[in-house]
Ligand binder design. Structure first.
Ligand code: SF4
Length: 572
């Protein structure tokens, strides 16, 4: 039901059940907020969104107070503005004064609030809590000294991801956000997805920085530094360079990365095709053997960690194939860089990804061979843009260049794996091709690309029925897993921890909104529509790569390159 309320002397429309803040924002009235975040339950913790409501003595938090017909609201009275300014001043009272050295300098909501409220001096000299940074996670760094206790990370981890790795601990002015028993994040149930970073308004949470490591490698004379980047990252970096979201910059990125000193630059779509083709092979084998139990995707390391921690009984059902990131790293070190005089241990391979969990994956013990890691450093989208700026490269002025082989060959079909449903769609396309020798009609697959939290599709391929499902986000997994794991009609289930898939990953540009995420997915779909092949298994390069690895480096071999620990537990 819609009714009128009065705001700042004018009438606006409000909807029954919505919060005052929603009604104001919908009517173009901006209210500052810190603890509020779209999609999370309101908490009213920071009180930045206070407004005056006629007849109510105390100021009202607009994010948590439902709107009512009788309300006459004032949003920017002197009392309200003074209250908001005081809140920011109190937050700054025990906040470290190191903005210039902070990873969020220029992108910090607290900094913005201080500026918007004309705070030019420290009015309240507060006592700083002596809190230590938690560097224990391989993906994330927590700096509690910069935490303003807005609780957005807690609610994201709990309400969006369904993980609950962190919560408020201690009491009163000793309150902090921490893990169970105050242990490091590495010992908590954190799945390293990085969605808490996307929610954090300050520098209290950020990715584990690996940019310096890459810089050092680029400057070392005896290092041969290579990089592979995700196509999802290539359609996202433009946003951090002032472009509209969803522009594919892969050609310019190839040129920029060579300028920065990388000796070989690969687009990871090639490795995605290899991953999809190997998974599709497994699905076909299981179908032919009559195994009526779904195989789960294993390319999202946050989902793999979730399975290991919460659903160990599912580990035998995880596809025993390395993720595209790790496949590319292994290929680079064993085969692709076949330069005279360059030993595998001299190659420093960097992966640039939209994901923080990929840092965790790269450091897993089983992702090394004879002490040499497949991937030596993982940069998020944000870190890669920092690197390009650091080297003074004006990427938008560069002429596009092709990536190095095998990515240069083109024709790869797995661009859509960065969006929810894309992995299942790519596997389905390839299974269909492997069973029938034909490409599946794309109009049959649209259902898998929707934004729904759970999707499934069953198509006929000759005498066979291929059933696939998509679990869009770790919360959706919590809700569906019991009914899914023993489904006899599903051959393959894609699980991505981040809702929306990697286009919405925890390493992506900060302050991304739903439009940005949709535009990135649309850009990937565009790349897909231009691909000359629609089945990874049609890609002729996979076989030569396989043979190349086996001949050049028989000690590593294709199997060693592809299989993960899950292989040991595979039911095949
Ligand atoms: Fe990383 Fe993608 Fe998984 Fe998110 S969905 S954790 S971005 S692999």
């Amino acid at each position: 039901m819609i009714f009128d309320i009065e705001v700042n002397g004018k009438t606006i429309k409000a909807r029954r059940g919505e919060m005052i803040l929603e009604a104001l924002e919908r009517n173009g009235i901006a209210i500052p907020t810190l603890c509020h975040m779209k999609g999370l339950s309101p908490s009213g913790a920071c009180r930045m969104c206070v407004v005056e409501v006629e007849g109510v003595k105390e100021l009202v938090t607009s994010c948590s107070q439902p709107v009512e017909e009788w309300m006459k609201i004032t949003t920017h009275s002197p009392r309200v503005v003074h209250a908001r300014k005081t809140i920011v001043e109190l937050l700054l009272a025990n906040h470290p004064d190191d903005c210039l050295y902070c990873v969020r300098n220029g992108m910090c909501e607290l900094q913005d609030m201080a500026s918007e409220h004309h705070i030019m001096e420290r009015r309240f000299p507060g006592k700083r809590l002596q809190l230590k940074t938690d560097p224990s996670s391989s993906s994330l760094t927590r700096d509690p000294a910069k935490c303003i206790l807005c609780g957005r990370c807690i609610r994201t981890c709990d309400e969006v991801m369904g993980i609950t790795a962190i919560d408020f601990t201690h009491r009163g002015n000793q309150t902090i956000i921490g893990t169970t028993a105050g242990k490091g994040l590495n010992l908590s149930s954190c799945i390293t997805c990085g969605q808490c970073i996307m929610a954090c308004p300050t520098g209290a949470l950020h990715e584990k920085e690996q940019l310096s490591l890459v810089q050092q490698a680029l400057h070392r004379k005896d290092s041969y530094v290579t990089i592979s980047y995700s196509p999802t990252l290539a359609v996202s970096i433009g946003e951090m360079l002032g472009l509209k979201s969803g522009k594919d910059l892969s050609g310019m990125l190839n040129a920029a990365l060579r300028k920065a000193g990388f000796r070989k630059v690969f687009n990871n779509v090639a490795a995605s095709d290899i991953n999809i083709s190997l998974v599709a092979d497994l699905v076909v084998q299981r179908l032919k053997k009559g195994i009526r139990q779904p195989l789960f995707s294993s390319c999202c390391p946050a989902w793999v960690k979730m399975a290991e921690q919460f659903y160990p009984e599912l580990i035998p059902q995880l596809a025993p194939v390395k993720s595209p990131q790790q496949l590319m790293g292994g290929l680079v070190k064993s085969y692709l860089v076949n330069a005279p005089g360059v030993r595998p241990d001299q190659i420093f391979h960097v992966a640039a990804m939209p994901c923080t969990a990929k840092k965790f994956e790269a450091q897993r013990e089983e992702m090394t061979h004879k002490g040499i890691s497949d991937v030596d450093a993982v940069l998020t989208t944000r870190e890669l843009v920092r690197l390009i700026k650091l080297y003074g490269i004006h990427i938008l002025q560069l002429e596009p260049e092709a990536a190095d082989d095998p990515s240069a060959a083109g024709g790869f079909s797995s661009h859509v794996t960065g969006m929810s449903g894309g992995v299942a769609e790519s596997v389905l396309r390839d299974v269909y091709f492997k069973l029938t020798g034909k490409e599946i009609a794309l109009n049959k697959l649209g259902k898998l690309r929707s934004q729904k939290s759970y999707k499934e599709l069953i198509v006929k391929a000759g005498p066979h029925e291929i059933g696939v499902a998509v679990v869009n986000g770790s919360m959706a997994l919590r809700q569906t897993i019991t009914s899914l794991k023993d489904r006899k009609d599903l051959l393959f289930i894609e699980v991505m921890a981040c809702e929306g898939g990697c286009v919405a990953g925890g390493g992506q540009p900060l302050k991304s909104d739903e439009d940005d995420i949709r535009n990135r997915a649309r850009a990937l779909a565009d790349l897909d529509s231009k691909a000359t092949m629609r089945a990874a298994g049609k890609q002729q390069l996979i076989e030569p790569l396989q043979q190349g690895v086996n001949t050049l480096h028989p000690d590593t071999g294709w199997d060693a390159l592809c299989k993960t620990i899950f292989a040991k537990r595979s039911v095949i």
